[in-house]
Structures are given as structure tokens and as C-alpha cells.
Design a protein around this ligand. Structure first.
Ligand code: XMP
Length: 308
């Protein structure tokens, strides 16, 4: 790419030329790509960019607040709480691929409904180079998308030639906070791939509490900068524990921490034992529904990074 300063200047001009005085919408997830893309397009067309942040009820602890605080004063920011709609659609669903399909479809339903309320002509997408090079190598995948109302949105992909490290450089130059620019990857289907078995609000809350502890301790130990992803998984298995002199029966949670360059392969690094023990002790003492914590030591392949 051009140097990041030139890229930004050049992109802003191109976006202005392409979108002009029309309106555009973007689905903002809070991840690096959609965040950088939103801020870049906002620099070009101001509040004519409508950023839609869909809460599918599968986000991590504190995530809604973090995304809202970062963007509500900086973008034409619209928070849509669709968590009930997603959880209802997912009720009783066990199979991970089925969960993904339902989440994908519900996301499109919600987003299109919101898009239809605007008079946007353009849909901005935070596609980056590996997204299209890995999938089909097509130079331009699609140029427009039709909404249920029949309205057609033209697709704009301002960062499609950038790689992740370049996206991060651009983000920093656009004054995005370091914690946004260096955020660990988080899957689109969110905690649905980290809570095994049918989802319930209760299980999602247990997962959130455990995951928060993993994040806090890994960040406090400075390990977050060295690893690709670090999170907790809530299995659907219940195991016996002991609390005081009482038998307890609760969930088995798993700590998953991997190093990777591109997520195609990954390995579990050796980790400081005191950090792992502290995470386990905190989870079993602070999350009463969890009786047992284990550490995943499987690389990818043969395992995948996520559990589902
Ligand atoms: P796996 O589990 O396949 O994950 O080794 C590789 C990388 O992709 C992320 N991941 C997903 N991202 N939708 C996403 O947007 C998904 O359905 C999905 N599944 C996995 C995962 O977090 C890891 O970084």
C-alpha cells in the first residue's frame, strides 16, 4: 500500500467522489476492520455514514459499553438491541453449524430492516485483502445488494487491498484507541461458538463471567500482546465439585489460549503456571456455576481454535 498517511488522504478523496452527497450504511461490529472502515468513511462523508451496531446478545462482558463509548460521539452511531430476536431464533439449537446459519440469517434480517429505514444508497463493508484472496481470488466479488424493499445498495470496500497490520496502522493514524486497533479476533457468531450445546441466557452469563476473568488475568500478565486469542469456553458437561463440606455439581469450563499468525494454524504456547492457576482459582471461586476448569493444550490442526 501507499504509506498510511497517503492511503488515508487518497481513500477519503475516492470515497467522496464515489458517495458524494448520498447516504451510506455500515454494520459496525467493534472489530478492527469495521471500526477502521467506519472512521475512514466518516472522515470522508461525515454523518451521512450511518453506523449500525447490532447486539446479537452473544457479545462478551462489557463489549456493548466499550463499542458504544468508543463510537457514539465519533460516528452517526445506532445501537440496535436484537438480542431477544437472536436468542429466540436459537432456542434449543445444539449443532454449531446450525447456530451459525441462524445467526447469519437473523443478522441479515435485522440489518436489512434497519437499512430500509434509512435512505442510504451505499453499503460500506470492511472487507480486507485476505477475506477475498482466501475465498475466491475474485477482484471484485459483488457490486450491490438488494434490500427487502427492493432498494439496491451499492457496495463500497475502502480497505479491501489492505492486510491486517496495515489496517491497524491506518486505525492508529485515525486516532482509534489502541485497545480497538489491537483487539483480539472475535468470531461473528460471538459466544454461540464458545458455549457448547443449546444457548440460554444463563449459560451465556456464566460464559461471560469466566471469559472476563481469562481476559483480565492474561492482560494483567502482559500475555495478551504475545498471543492471538485468549478466551473461556463453557462446555455442556457437568462435573462434580466440592464446596465447603457439600457436594456440588456444576459446569466444566475450558481455558483456550493460542498463538497464531493467520488463524490457519495455531499452537498452544507454554504459559506461566501461576497465571493459569490464578485464572482457574478465580473462575471456580467467582463463578459459582462452574466446578471445574481445564486448559486446552491442542494445536490447530487437528483441533480448531474455537470449540464449535
Ligand atoms: P477456527 O475455530 O476455525 O477459527 O480455527 C479460525 C479463526 O476464525 C474465527 N472464527 C470465526 N469468525 N465467524 C467468524 O467471523 C465464524 O463462524 C468463525 N468461526 C471461527 C476464530 O475466532 C479464529 O480466529
Amino acid at each position: 500500500m501507499l504509506n498510511p498517511e497517503e492511503f488515508i488522504e487518497d481513500s477519503i478523496q475516492k470515497i467522496k467522489d464515489e458517495i458524494g452527497d448520498e447516504k451510506a450504511i455500515i454494520a459496525l461490529s467493534g472489530g478492527v476492520d469495521s471500526s477502521v472502515c467506519s472512521v475512514l468513511v466518516q472522515e470522508a462523508i461525515g454523518d451521512n455514514l450511518i453506523a449500525i451496531f447490532v447486539d446479537h446478545g452473544l457479545l462478551r462482558e462489557g463489549e456493548v459499553e466499550e463499542v458504544t463509548n468508543t463510537f457514539q460521539d465519533r460516528l452517526n452511531f445506532n445501537y440496535i438491541d436484537a438480542s431477544e430476536e437472536f436468542l429466540t431464533a436459537l432456542e434449543g439449537v445444539d449443532d454449531p453449524e446450525e447456530k451459525r446459519k441462524i445467526i447469519g440469517k437473523t443478522f441479515i434480517d435485522v440489518f436489512e430492516r434497519e437499512a430500509d429505514k434509512t435512505d442510504a444508497k451505499f453499503l460500506v463493508q470492511g472487507t480486507i485483502a485476505p477475506d477475498w484472496i482466501e475465498t475466491d481470488g475474485e477482484i471484485k466479488s459483488h457490486h450491490n445488494v438488494a434490500l427487502p424493499s427492493g432498494m439496491v445498495l451499492e457496495i463500497v470496500e475502502p480497505i479491501r487491498d489492505l492486510y491486517k497490520d496495515e489496517v491497524r496502522e491506518v486505525g492508529l493514524l485515525l486516532d482509534l484507541p489502541d485497545k480497538v486497533v489491537h483487539r483480539q479476533p472475535f468470531p461473528g457468531p460471538g459466544l454461540a461458538v464458545r458455549v457448547i450445546g443449546p444457548l440460554t441466557k444463563e449459560k451465556l452469563d456464566i460464559e461471560r463471567k469466566a471469559d472476563k476473568i481469562v481476559r483480565e488475568e492474561i492482560e494483567a500478565a502482559g500475555i495478551d500482546k504475545e498471543v492471538w486469542q485468549y478466551f473461556a469456553v463453557l462446555t455442556d458437561t457437568k462435573v462434580t465439585g466440592v464446596k465447603g463440606d457439600q457436594r456440588d455439581f456444576g459446569y466444566l469450563a475450558v481455558i483456550r489460549i493460542v498463538k497464531s499468525v493467520d488463524a490457519m494454524t495455531a499452537y498452544v504456547p507454554e504459559l506461566p503456571w501461576e497465571v493459569i492457576k490464578k485464572i482457574s482459582q478465580r473462575i471456580t471461586s467467582e463463578v459459582s456455576e462452574i466446578t471445574h476448569v481445564s486448559l486446552s493444550i491442542s494445536d490447530k490442526p487437528p483441533s480448531t481454535i474455537e470449540f464449535a
